[in-house]
Design a protein around this ligand. Structure first.
Ligand code: FAD
Ligand code: THG
Length: 812
């Protein structure tokens, strides 16, 4: 049986020991530098509020499992979970609207919740001044975790199954054989291990450095205060129950509240970010029982207290009695960090995890370690999700600090970071700027969303009697009607799209063809010049990514991918006779698409670009004017045209060449919003949004890219898989002004039956189109309802793709 050492006996380490031993891996040793179970880590003093609803389906699922599990734990001291319910109140119109959005997430992810009037909120939580609020969102199953009891109960259960708990044992180093971990070193000697899991809380980043891992997490101090006795609470709660009122969030002031018998606990994120310098912390607190508790900085709390008392007037007669600045981890995107070290197999991390998500993260980690694949999609938490730039200390310090500031803010789905912009730009960037691009950010790249230079096209649309949707204030943020004109223009004329940020790898060497053949679902071992759309599956048959694979030479392939996790997955499986290189940065790519694309490009090219001479899904190394290029006849927007690749130094010349040659044909630059709406109407999925590892190809409508007559990773799982119960469908909204932005719940016959993934306004049919996961029994033509921030929209399930099912636009 594999030997496991878990570093850290906080809520994560103990939960993991429970999950591992429950699966029969009983040779588990949990070590902690502190005593058990108040180790001195973050768990020791977490007030334990568990609000389950999160924009992320995965994080919500993690939280739901924590609630379910903690409710069932037994501890001699009393409850491990007290389901007092959760209440989030709104004091601004913006928040109130956002609570409607949150209620939608709850429905989408299967959490029961209700929007309440101020009066109803005051009934649930009589300490609230109802005059201050516009309403609230209440969830019955949320509540308080007693983190230390939950840790102990899980640890004891693991112990009963054979696990060992070692307090006062600091892990000083990791031992390995050059490939795998072999053990850990402590002052008392070596503990052998086949698997080591770093669940060391905010110490984890410092610790993982010694094995060459960058964990982009920042230990931050956060203020928590307990009041003196509050008259209104006296007699309400027994010592044992501690609390009866719902846990409360007042996010407009960055505050949360819980009861401690007849006192209130108040947590505040209203203060400036206080990143903790680990080098000094480790020295300063080496001898401390609670190294994760820093002295309270009263001045930082003063405005929070004032705001708290405004919502809860009973505080006027009270004051802070005990308080501290507690430390826990923040990450750039607010997600945890999970996975196995690629270069040091057997070294796993489960880091930056709240109590809220702890059991869910632990279960997924145990499944991942034992079965090879977690049962929940974990891509948002993947250790290898970060672009290189995001691993620089400057980047993750700054973005994690912003994440702290924004932790309770209303965040629009297209609201991108403002700090550290402009780091990754394509060679077309100067032109984009001149043309008035509004930039989105993705993977550190600046990506034009639309171009102000196209503003006049919108007027033309309107003059032609074509509608531009009248979006509400929320949906029109980070959006422009210009994008509608750009999309329309692409279908009618021709447009150029910056595809540089599209991740691409060169896979080469004598084993390259066999490797890609084994890793992906489609047949990629075709003649030179072929391009294939194909999928990466995990061992359970879940979709890890969708790729294009172009064979540029017998032993050289160019792979169009989705994220750094694809690089990780391929690297892990790569044999020695294959070289994998990320060539995104040194190259660039321009998509030239539209009915006039050939008229623009063909005159520049010595080769035959006719449909016969250069068919669909083929690649060619050639020249445009004097510029060496690789062209691929691929179009994510579903139009005639090419992705044109060249190395970066030719980029700006390529842009100018195409722009000049295209002028006679009315070429325009077009941005991401048009791009997105075009790919949705054409039926092309976006990995990570429309589909994840939680879905198999059949459910996602991608069986056409799976060839069961060859062997590939995930094949046996596909063969054993049942018919999907949920499938990805296109829905088209009845009201042309309807807008949805993703994650909205979809109702069928009055029941929530699924959720929206991505959506866009189709300039081609003049309606908003979305993808939604819906029960397989749904038929084309069925009517559905979608809840958009409290408004009910109607839509109809549409045949796919909505635009050009015969492929006549592309294949000509
Ligand atoms: P920890 O509990 O810190 O455990 C890590 C353990 O690793 C420690 O015991 C440490 O001693 C040990 N360790 C580290 N290095 C070594 C080593 N080299 N060798 C041996 N042992 C080592 N979360 C919520 O969900 N809801 C809340 O309401 C909430 N409120 C919070 C309020 C405050 C004031 C704070 C500080 C945090 C709050 N959190 C809350 C966050 C939550 O407490 C943490 O995210 C969570 O406890 C982290 O658990 P962990 O097991 O990862 O880390
Ligand atoms: N271009 C390139 N690589 C990519 C993308 C891209 N890799 C990642 C991501 N985007 C992959 N997604 C798609 C989705 C659909 C298509 C291409 C890439 C596509 N599909 C055709 C279809 O379904 O009609 C495939 C037809 C066929 O298999 O013959 O074109 O944008 N380089």
């Amino acid at each position: 049986m594999p030997k496991v050492v878990v570093i850290g006996a906080g809520i994560v380490g103990t939960s993991l020991a429970d999950e591992l031993t429950a699966r029969g891996w009983t040779d588990v040793t949990v070590v902690d530098r502190g005593p058990l179970f108040a180790t001195g880590g973050s768990t020791s003093h977490a007030p334990g509020l568990v609000f389950q609803t999160n924009p992320s389906k995965t994080m919500t699922a993690f939280a739901r499992y924590t609630v379910e599990k903690f409710n069932s734990l037994q501890h001699p001291g009393g409850w491990a979970f007290n389901p007092v319910g959760g209440l989030e109140v709104a004091t601004t119109a913006e928040r109130w609207a956002d609570l409607h959005r949150k209620a939608g997430w709850a429905q989408s992810w299967g959490i029961e919740g209700r929007l309440l009037t101020p009066a109803e909120c005051a009934v649930l939580h009589p300490l609230i001044d109802r005059e201050q609020i516009l309403g609230g969102f209440h969830t019955q199953a949320d509540g308080l975790a007693k983190a230390l009891r939950a840790a102990e109960a899980q640890a004891r259960r693991a112990e009963a199954r054979g696990a060992t708990l070692l307090p006062h044992t600091e892990v000083l180093g990791i031992l390995d054989n050059g490939e795998r971990v072999t053990g850990v070193r402590t002052a008392a000697g070596v503990l052998d291990a086949d698997v080591v899991v770093c669940a060391a809380g905010f110490w984890g980043a410092q610790f993982a450095k010694q094995v060459g891992l960058v964990l982009p997490l920042v230990p931050m101090a956060h203020q928590y205060a307990r009041t003196g006795q509050i008259a209104e609470l006296v007699g309400r709660n027994t010592e044992l129950a501690e609390a009866g009122l719902p846990i409360l969030r007042h996010q407009d002031q960055d505050l949360y509240f819980r009861e401690h018998v007849d006192r209130l606990g108040i947590g505040s994120y209203a203060h400036k970010p206080m990143p903790v310098d680990m080098s000094t912390l480790l020295a300063d607190t080496a001898a401390e029982a609670m190294p994760s508790m820093l002295p309270f900085t009263e001045e930082d709390f003063a405005p929070a207290w004032e705001a708290a008392a405004k919502l809860i007037p009973a505080l006027d007669d009270s004051k802070v009695e005990e308080a501290f600045n507690g430390i826990f981890s923040f990450t750039p995107d607010g997600f945890s960090i999970m996975g196995e070290h690629r270069e040091l197999r057997g070294f796993w991390v489960a880091e930056a995890v709240w109590v809220t998500h702890s059991a869910g993260v632990a279960r997924a980690t145990a499944e991942w370690i034992i079965d090879g694949t977690p049962s929940v999609d974990t891509h948002e938490c993947d250790l290898y999700r970060f672009e290189d730039v995001a691993r620089s200390p400057k980047f993750f310090l700054q973005t994690s600090s912003q994440a702290f500031v924004e932790v309770y803010d209303v965040i629009h789905p297209h609201q991108y970071r403002t700090a550290l912009r402009g780091l990754r730009t394509s060679p077309f960037h100067a032109r984009h700027t001149e043309l008035g691009a509004f930039f989105f950010e993705g993977g550190g790249w600046e990506r034009p969303a639309w171009f102000e230079s196209n503003a006049a096209l919108t007027d033309r649309l309107v003059d032609d009697g074509l509608a531009v949707p009248a979006r509400d204030d929320w949906a029109s943020r980070f959006w422009s009607p210009i994008s509608v004109a750009e999309a329309r223009w692409t279908r009618e004329h021709v447009a150029m799209y910056d595809m540089t940020p599209l991740t691409r790898y060169e896979v080469s060497g004598p084993g390259a063809a066999a490797f890609l053949q084994r890793m992906t679902t489609n047949n990629v071992d075709k003649r030179v010049g072929s391009v294939t759309y194909t999928l990466l599956l995990d061992d359970a048959g879940g979709i890890r990514s969708d790729l294009t694979v172009a064979r540029l030479a017998p032993d050289t392939f160019q792979v169009g991918a989705n994220s750094p996790m694809d690089f990780d997955w391929l690297s892990r499986h790569k044999p020695a006779d294959v070289t994998l290189r990320d060539i995104t940065g040194g190259t660039c790519c321009l998509g030239v698409w539209g009915p006039a694309a050939r008229d623009v490009v063909a005159p520049l090219c010595p080769d035959d670009l006719s449909h016969k001479g250069f068919p669909y899904f083929r690649a060619l190394h050639t020249y445009l004017d004097a510029i060496p290029v690789t062209m691929m006849r691929v179009s994510y927007v579903g139009e005639l045209g090419w992705e044109i690749y060249t190395s970066a130094e030719y980029g700006s010349a390529l842009w100018d060449l195409i722009a000049d040659a295209g002028a006679a044909h009315g070429i325009i630059p077009a941005g991401r919003i048009a791009f997105n709406s075009l790919r949705i109407e054409k039926g092309y999925r976006s990995w990570g949004t429309d589909m994840t590892a939680e879905h198999r190809p059949a459910a996602a409508g991608l069986d056409f890219a799976v060839r069961l007559d060859k062997d590939f990773v995930g094949k046996s799982a596909l063969e054993a898989a049942p018919e999907p119960q949920m499938v990805l469908r296109s829905i088209v909204f009845d009201d042309p002004d309807a807008a949805v932005l993703g994650k909205e719940p979809v109702f069928l016959d009055g029941e929530c039956a699924g959720y929206v993934t991505s959506a866009g306004y189709s300039a081609t049919i003049g309606a908003t189109i979305a993808y939604a996961w819906l029960p397989a029994r749904v038929n084309v033509g069925d009517a559905v309802r979608v809840d958009y921030r409290g408004a009910t929209l109607t839509a109809v399930v549409h045949a796919e793709p909505v635009v050009d099912p015969e492929m006549t636009r592309i294949r000509r």
